[in-house]
Write a protein that binds this ligand. Structure first.
Ligand SMILES: NC(=O)c1ccc[n+]([C@@H]2O[C@H](COP(=O)([O-])OP(=O)(O)OC[C@H]3O[C@@H](n4cnc5c(N)ncnc54)[C@H](OP(=O)(O)O)[C@@H]3O)[C@@H](O)[C@H]2O)c1
Length: 260
């Protein structure tokens, strides 16, 4: 269902890449943005860009894996005026390193803590208020990596499969309550995160086009935004193959992640 332009917007992971791009895209006079990330200097730069576009900005240096801090901030922000769009975007990526070593236990579990639990921490505190108002729009940023496990990023794939299904479940649950939920499922797009992926990036999209497609999809109230759709379909088909055949297909797409 088409939605009116959002006025009070929360974006996690707003200091870089997609989150920063979305913040700038929504920044306009009359818009109140709550931008969350840990890196204060980068968040300050994005804040200034959004203010220059006329938005009012509350910047919060919070780690999304800190459930209590997220709940405190979100409920306080919502109390000053109802949130009408909440984009849970913050994420990290680890995986096979340049020497071929698998991600460590700490890296695998940290991705679950930030990507999956951080998404839940970003949404759950506001669910009672959104349901009571029978209004509002929640968007989660998953990944096509959540359709089929990739050999070089098990923790990331597990976290994004969880994010995708958390969003799909919420959409099914909350539609009847008047709350819109959009599950964003990107393939590769250009950002500091993907700049660390060394290997093929099939169908990689420019950041600006990714932002535009997401903003347009959210304005339509689209329940699922897969971009590019072909890559999502390919990975879903791979997941339907017998395990050994699917593994053989997916092993053609190996990469490593610098800084892992
Ligand atoms: N790039 C791709 O090709 C691609 C593809 C599919 C899905 N995605 C997903 O898209 C989303 C955005 O990715 P991106 O490419 O824009 O990455 P990015 O440029 O690395 O930005 C990630 C953002 O998440 C924030 N973040 C990371 N850990 C955090 C934490 N613990 N608490 C709060 N904020 C945290 C970072 O801010 P601080 O470091 O300041 O905390 C940063 O603002 C992620 O969920 C990613 O998994 C990306």
């Amino acid at each position: 269902m088409k939605r009116s332009p959002p006025q009070r917007i929360v974006i996690t992971g707003a200091s870089s890449g997609l989150g920063a791009g979305l913040a700038c895209a929504y920044a306009a006079p009359g818009v109140m943005l709550a931008l969350i990330a840990r890196d204060i200097p980068r968040l300050t730069t994005v804040t200034a860009e959004c203010q220059a576009r006329g938005a009012t900005v509350t910047a919060a240096g919070i780690d999304v894996s800190d459930a209590a801090a997220m709940a405190d901030f979100l409920t306080a922000f919502d109390a000053t005026g109802p949130v009408d769009l909440l984009i849970a975007n913050a994420g990290i990526a680890h995986g096979t390193d340049a020497a071929g070593g698998l991600e460590t236990h700490a890296q695998a579990t940290r991705q679950i803590a930030v990507n999956l639990l951080g998404t839940i921490n970003s949404i759950a505190p506001l669910l009672p208020a959104l349901r009571a108002r029978r209004d509002g729009h929640i968007a989660v940023v998953a990944s096509v990596a959540g359709y089929r496990g990739l050999p070089d990023s098990p923790g990331y794939c597990a976290s994004k499969a969880g994010v995708r299904l958390y969003g799909e479940s919420l959409r099914a649950a909350l539609g009847a309550d008047g709350v819109t939920v959009s599950v964003i499922v990107p393939g590769f797009f250009v950002s500091p995160m993907s700049g660390r992926f060394i290997g093929g990036q099939p169908m990689v999209m420019p950041l600006a086009a990714t932002v535009d497609r997401i903003v347009a999809g959210l304005a339509r109230g689209q329940g699922r935004i897969v971009l590019p759709r072909r890559l999502g379909v390919l990975l879903q088909i791979t997941d339907l193959l017998p395990a050994a055949l699917g593994d053989a297909v997916i092993r053609r797409f190996r990469f490593h992640i610098t800084g892992s």
